[in-house]
Design a protein around this ligand. Structure first.
Ligand SMILES: Nc1ncnc2c1ncn2[C@@H]1O[C@H](COP(=O)(O)OP(=O)(O)OP(=O)(O)O)[C@@H](O)[C@H]1O
Ligand SMILES: [Mg+2]
Length: 249
């Protein structure tokens, strides 16, 4: 299997804070890899570094064999890497269709073609009935679907999903898991950041664990849930959930 994404020695400081420290991992084509770890571990920052929103202090990022450090987010997207944002920023007053067309215009400047591409993505994520709804009027799960549709409309080969399941109820998590599997079935390479461990276990073939900016483990889901260091740093509250406010359920 070919490597879709290869990250080596990725590092980023914010003042005195080492947000990401010497992180390395690789993602094979059509593989789904999860990036997990406690709050502030450096997961979102890693996504920002990979997708060109922040420039790393050190390290390399290769997508499909090409070094992409220093490229602008738009150019990285054009190479076939798309992402969602942990804090979604849709154009609230615009319809679902118009929002997704902003993604589709990356590939096609003709309105009719962009519209067709956007409608395909909207259909794929299950939002077809709401293409004329204003983004601000969507429910939480539909906002996540919109984020995914907008990313998909750019025709990515790699998709980075940042907590697309946060705030969803159990039934909605099942729907989101099914959607991630459907994306993988379409041939996409996926990197997913998520605190919902049940969902991670259902979709990821390989898991990378960050803590305080550093990679503390990587392996199969089975290896990760049995890793004492990972249980100590992160999974403890998942294995023994608190009586209330279970963040990892
Ligand atoms: N632009 C920034 N300036 C300064 N510090 C930042 C910036 N972005 C992130 N940080 C800090 O870097 C660390 C890593 O943050 P990051 O958002 O990557 O964590 P995360 O793993 O995504 O956490 P969460 O699970 O809460 O989303 C945190 O301590 C955060 O406060
Ligand atoms: Mg984050």
């Amino acid at each position: 299997m070919a490597e879709a994404l290869v990250i080596k020695g990725l590092s980023k400081r914010f003042g005195g804070l080492r947000a990401v420290q010497d992180v390395s991992f690789a993602v094979q084509e059509n593989e789904t890899v999860a990036l997990i770890g406690p709050n502030g571990a450096g997961k979102t920052t890693s996504f920002h570094l990979i997708t060109g929103f922040h420039r790393p202090d050190a390290g390399s990022v290769k997508a499909f064999g090409r070094d992409i450090v220093g490229l602008k987010p738009h150019d990285i997207c054009a190479l076939g890497m798309a992402r969602t944002f942990q804090v979604a920023k849709p154009f609230g007053a615009m319809t679902v269709l118009a929002n997704v067309m902003t993604g589709a215009f990356l590939r096609d400047r003709h309105v009719a073609a962009a519209r067709t591409r956007a409608l395909e993505a909207i259909e794929f994520v299950g939002l077809a009935a709401k293409e004329q709804t204003a983004a601000k009027d969507l429910t939480t799960i539909d906002q996540r679907r919109l984020e995914m549709a907008r990313a998909l409309a750019t025709e990515p080969r790699i998709l980075l999903l940042d907590e697309v399941m946060a705030g969803l109820n159990p039934a909605e998590i099942d729907q989101a898991v099914a959607l991630v599997k459907k994306l993988s079935g379409r041939g996409l390479t996926i990197v997913i950041v998520e605190h919902v461990m049940r969902a991670i276990m259902a979709v990821a073939r390989h898991i990378v664990v960050l803590d305080h900016g550093q990679k503390i483990a990587e392996g199969t889901p089975k290896e990760i849930v049995e890793n004492p260091e990972v249980i100590r740093a992160y999974l403890g509250s998942y294995v023994h959930p608190p009586a209330s406010g279970d963040a990892h359920a």
